[in-house]
Design a protein around this ligand. Structure first.
Ligand SMILES: *[C@@H]1O[C@H](CO)[C@@H](O)[C@H](O)[C@H]1NC(C)=O
Ligand SMILES: *[C@@H]1O[C@H](CO)[C@@H](O)[C@H](O)[C@H]1NC(C)=O
Ligand SMILES: *[C@@H]1O[C@H](CO)[C@@H](O)[C@H](O)[C@H]1NC(C)=O
Ligand SMILES: *[C@@H]1O[C@H](CO)[C@@H](O)[C@H](O)[C@H]1NC(C)=O
Length: 489
């Protein structure tokens, strides 16, 4: 999560503010049989703060990591499970012990307790994970959520760091340097690498969790990680990242982590990720990294296609590994997801927090006061995507930027997600380019959510196939998802 959000703009709000006249331009979209290059590997969320506080709630694990319906008592509502299969586990940077009798953590006066993630490596007297320098019982809630998620089907785990352990840092403060500059001395790069790879090895041997990837940085090029900050953070410029990555690679190899790749560098924007990636690839002659991670805080602008091209040419996987906003209607998030899918073409898309205040969460709540409330409309908007475009599916091209199709080629299921930001109008989805389409009159399953919350993942079973097409009226500010069985390219 970044320290500033000034670049974020809600385009729909912008249109409303201008009061542009709305037209009834009925929309016909050809669903093409052109497969986008990437295979979808899922939807995810970062654990960290919300799991630090609420990680032992099994109802939350059901809601986030299954597709079952679950009663959510704080909102007195039954939620359709999001069925996320990816989670990012945060390796903490804090501990409250004293080292050598006098050295202890310096904490920012502004970091709330709930955002102080407790780390496993509590002093530098031993790298041996079975020694008393490591405390494997800390951070129980976040670990509980990870294991409950795995038991419910989550299959992809990333270990990520916001800051190295406090005692590795120049100023012993895991929120950052006083000026937002470098805070990890180069003499400690190996220790940061040992910390992360030891957690991954321990998780494999003791928790039954094989991390798919390790990410050593979080928005590292940004300069908002300061000693008075409100969260853990650490600045690394791109050349420092390029120095640390091979060290991490060596420490992972030394621990036999051959099923785990390095992901980098989780910059705040596509632009910063692209710039950093360029420096990293020029500085390291070997492909130490296996996936490019970028955060999506650049809104609808930014060089998505260039970042996709860079990842493709380097043979890298690509994730939008973090996104959040304060638009509780979900309209801003939906536009961002659709733009990502079309232009960034990530393999996966990861939301920042499940529970948060100021409408930043999918479900409202406050980690600093231990309070929970109801789901936002944004929750249901994400369900329109995450319950239907599933791991293993392929994205298809369409002739409309507000219509995202995807296909499951194993069982011939076509998914179409359409967003109507205009007046109520007729949408037609032309399927005539497919070699196999269901007969006329075949019923199509569909679900819809609108920004006003009148429909929250409501079923609409009135839609049928006619003449190899679907045609229906969709209300304003509505997202509707269709599943059509028996469609083949
Ligand atoms: C603790 O003391 C040892 C021995 O002098 C030293 O090597 C180590 O760096 C010290 N640890 C910290 C965190 O200052
Ligand atoms: C390890 O962490 C647990 C949980 O925070 C704490 O109760 C315990 O005292 C710690 N053990 C040591 C040896 O510091
Ligand atoms: C999708 O189709 C449009 C034309 O409708 C084309 O401009 C675009 O390059 C295509 N994108 C992909 C990824 O195939
Ligand atoms: C197709 O397979 C997916 C899982 O891969 C499943 O969720 C979906 O229900 C299946 N659809 C049909 C029509 O069997």
């Amino acid at each position: 999560m970044p320290g500033t959000f000034s670049s974020l703009r809600a385009p729909v709000t912008f249109l409303w503010a201008l009061s542009l006249p709305r037209t009834h331009a009925d929309q016909t979209t050809t669903i093409t049989t052109d497969l986008y290059p990437q295979t979808w590997s899922g939807w995810g969320v970062s654990l960290a703060w919300w799991a630090n506080i609420f990680g032992d709630r099994e109802d939350l694990a059901d809601i986030v990591f299954t597709t079952d319906s679950t009663y959510w008592s704080p909102g007195d509502e039954t939620l359709p499970g999001l069925g996320l299969n990816i989670l990012r586990y945060n390796a903490g940077a804090c501990s409250w012990n004293t080292i050598n009798g006098t050295v202890s953590m310096v904490a920012s006066p502004n970091i709330p307790k709930a955002k102080q993630m407790e780390g496993y490596w509590i002093d530098d007297s031993s790298t041996d994970p079975s020694s008393s320098s490591w405390n494997w019982t800390v951070d129980a809630n976040q670990r509980t959520m990870m294991l409950n998620a795995q038991a419910r089907g989550a299959d992809t785990f990333e270990l990520f760091s916001n800051s190295p352990m406090w005692w590795q840092l120049d100023n012993l403060n895991p929120s950052g340097a006083s000026d937002g500059g470098s805070n990890l001395p180069t003499s400690q790069y190996t220790n940061h690498a040992i910390y992360l790879s030891t957690i991954a090895q321990y998780a494999q041997e003791n928790w039954g969790i094989t991390f798919t990837s390790i990410e050593a940085f979080n928005e590292p090029a940004s300069d908002w990680w300061v000693s008075t900050g409100t969260q853990e953070g650490c600045h690394f410029d791109a050349s420092s990242q390029a120095s640390l990555i091979p060290i991490l690679y060596e420490e992972m190899q030394a621990r036999g982590l051959d099923q785990t790749i390095i992901a980098s560098s989780d910059e705040n924007t596509y632009e910063l990720t692209l710039e950093g990636w360029d420096t990293i690839t020029k500085a390291t002659e070997k492909a130490y990294v296996g996936r490019v991670n970028s955060h999506g805080y650049e809104g609808l602008s930014g060089p998505r296609s260039d970042l996709r091209a860079a990842a493709t040419s380097a043979g890298q996987l690509l994730w939008d590994s973090e996104y959040g906003d304060s638009d509780s209607t979900g309209a801003t998030a939906v536009q961002l997801i659709m733009t990502d899918i079309r232009l960034l073409q990530p393999n996966a898309w990861v939301h920042w927090q499940v529970i948060d205040s100021s409408d930043w969460g999918l479900i409202n709540g406050d980690i600093t006061t231990d309070t929970l409330d109801g789901a936002t409309t944004k929750y249901y908007m994400l369900a329109q995507f995450s319950r239907h475009i599933r791991s293993g599916m392929r994205i298809l091209n369409s002739t409309s930027s507000n219509v995202i199709p995807a296909i499951n080629q194993d069982n011939d299921t076509l998914v179409i997600i359409a967003a109507n930001w205009d007046d109520e109008q007729t949408f037609t989805f032309d399927l005539s380019t497919f070699s196999q389409v269901p007969d006329d009159g075949t019923a199509v399953s569909s679900w819809l959510t609108d920004t006003s919350g009148d429909n929250l993942y409501t079923s609409d079973d009135s839609v049928t196939i006619e003449n190899s097409a679907i045609s229906l009226s969709i209300a304003s500010n509505t997202v509707q998802t269709f599943e059509i069985y028996g469609v083949a390219i």
